[in-house]
Design a protein around this ligand. Structure first.
Ligand SMILES: [Zn+2]
Length: 431
């Protein structure tokens, strides 16, 4: 609090008293709101745990559910104000979690080693860079791919993390998803330049809105952004998950509110901060074990960052899980990547998806060998001047789409898509 007051005093000298007083009021309002939600969450959590204990003791489930352990890394490269201030420090921490010694410490009930899920960001469209981030398309992706993930001996998951930047390039996250469509540019480049289409997504700062939810609904089946029931308690008000499920269940969101259950097709999963001992707690872990004991397959997920104390954060979370597991020997734990855990939970299959492109003069035909998650595949163009953009396609048959374009202006075409099980495919043509 003393720090906050000092910061506000310094700002009021620079910006004037009134705007800073308004900011202070807004911050106070957010903090009060946060504490109200937090208290009600603690109360609900106790009631939920006791209800589960009673119902599990009265009605023995015909089968125990499996508890999938899914550690997530928001993969962002160095950050000058954190432990991982340059690549050598980040790589040192990553090396530890990539070691056999680290992975074998957390074997599951079947003897499988720990599997991690890397959600990788591109820092693009920023003019300011106060934390000396590595700016540019594919910079983080290529570093991790070349050094750590090309061999992928632990079968880790590789997915997409996206921070929506402001139109003026100032640092921070932009809440207006419709203000620009940088995310389409980022995804076009991933498809065309790196042959990559994600099955799973995590929102930057876990900032989601109904607009971003509607866009994701068109393309990406699995979203691990829920941080329920937490909200950002600063005046910036970046993320808000106060209304979404806290019982480790997954849900299809509503068009009207991304936080509540509805009739969208995509799935939203919860993952909590491994570096926040007040949020990822023993009670949360018990809650997940009890749910699995009651017969429901459950994903228990937590996250940290590559530039933080990654191995320390994960050791904290995994030690907590190992400690709680002693009280629930009947619950089977399974280490899994985000996508593999989801496939088991929603009982979908692993048959690979295939896309085929056929080009005739100025028209393109896209065929999929099975039904997609989305209504259409994501069509990415790169023109002869080096610009990337998404193209629209028209459905012309079952799992077939067509598109016309001006051939002389296009250098590359690629298509990416996911099926309902999260199997992904990219097909491309260079002109
Ligand atoms: Zn992030």
């Amino acid at each position: 609090m003393a720090n906050l007051i000092r910061r506000l005093q310094a700002r009021s000298r620079k910006e004037g008293v009134l705007p800073v007083a308004l900011l202070a009021l807004k911050t106070l309002h957010r903090r009060l709101r946060y504490h109200t939600y937090f208290l009600s969450y603690l109360l609900k959590q106790e009631i939920y745990i006791h209800t589960l204990k009673i119902s599990n003791s009265i009605r023995r489930a015909s089968r125990q559910g499996t508890l999938f352990i899914v550690p997530i890394i928001d993969t962002e490269g160095p950050s000058s104000t954190d432990i991982g201030s340059d690549w050598s420090k980040v790589d040192e921490m990553v090396e530890e979690v990539m070691s056999r010694q680290f992975r074998t410490k957390f074997k599951d009930s079947f003897g499988n080693l720990l599997v991690l899920s890397w959600f990788i960001v591109d820092w693009v469209n920023y003019r300011q860079n106060p934390r000396k981030r590595i700016l540019g398309h594919h910079k983080i992706f290529d570093h991790f791919h070349d050094l750590w993930l090309s061999e992928n001996r632990w079968k880790d998951g590789i997915y997409w993390h996206y921070h929506h930047s402001k139109s003026d390039g100032s640092w921070g996250i932009h809440k207006d998803w419709n203000d620009n469509r940088y995310y389409e540019d980022v995804l076009c480049r991933k498809i065309i330049d790196r042959n990559f289409f994600p099955s799973c997504y995590r929102a930057g700062n876990t900032m989601e809105t109904n607009a971003s939810s509607a866009w994701l609904e068109k393309w990406i089946p699995f979203d691990f952004s829920s941080r329920s029931p937490f909200i950002d308690d600063t005046a910036e008000d970046i993320f808000d998950w106060h209304n979404s499920p806290t019982d480790w269940s997954v849900y299809h969101p509503s068009h009207r509110d991304y936080q509540v259950r509805g009739d969208m097709k995509r799935w939203v999963f919860r993952s909590l901060d491994a570096d926040n001992r007040k949020w990822f707690t023993q009670r949360e872990v018990e809650n997940a074990f009890l749910r699995a004991k009651g017969g429901k397959d459950t994903i228990l997920s937590f996250f940290s960052h590559d530039y933080k104390d990654l191995s320390g954060d994960f050791r904290y979370a995994l030690d907590l899980i190992k400690c709680v597991a002693k009280s629930y020997p009947e619950v089977e734990m399974r280490n899994a990547s985000a996508k593999d855990a989801v496939s088991k939970i929603i009982k979908e299959n692993k048959v690979p998806l295939k896309l085929k492109l056929t080009l005739k003069k100025d028209s393109l035909v896209i065929k999929s060998d099975k039904e997609l998650f989305s209504e259409q595949p994501f069509l990415a163009f790169k023109d002869v001047r080096g610009s990337y953009f998404r193209g629209d396609v028209k459905k012309i048959g079952k799992n077939v789409w067509g598109c016309r374009f001006e051939r002389k202006s296009i250098a590359s075409i690629a298509v990416g898509a996911a099926d309902k099980s999260g199997n992904t495919c990219v097909a491309r043509i260079d002109l």
